[in-house]
Design a protein around this ligand. Sequence first.
Ligand SMILES: [Zn+2]
Length: 143
Amino acid sequence: MENPWFLMICSCGRYFGRKMGQNTNCPMCDSTSSKQVEKYPDPMSLAKAVSQANLPEAISKELMEKETKKFHRKKDNMNGGKNNFLISAMKRSTDQDGTLTMDSLVSELRSSGSDEVSAELLIGQAELEGMLIKTGRKSWKWL
Ligand SMILES: [Zn+2]
């Protein structure tokens, strides 16, 4: 038998637990219109999942902020090295022809949470260091 403990979500938005074969009404609104979200192998993991899923928004936000801070700390460590993180962001913004464009770097930096780093500055630095050569108004190639 595999994972007979179910995490359910009710149409009212409340998460609750259910064991396979049991019909459980929502503890909040007593409705039976719930959907199975996930399965768990034991009641302990299910209980944990239920309480996490039902966390009030304020608390989840706090957790999110903690995670974000952790991420920033990690990033700082990487920047302490050889700017590997930024260089790999630049590599990721390079297309198959080896062309790096300002727009792709800007969106790459944005999606990796490095908004504060200017794409122009990065490219300018890479040009100075002889890593990139300008091939168009807003495009560069790696040397
Ligand atoms: Zn409900």
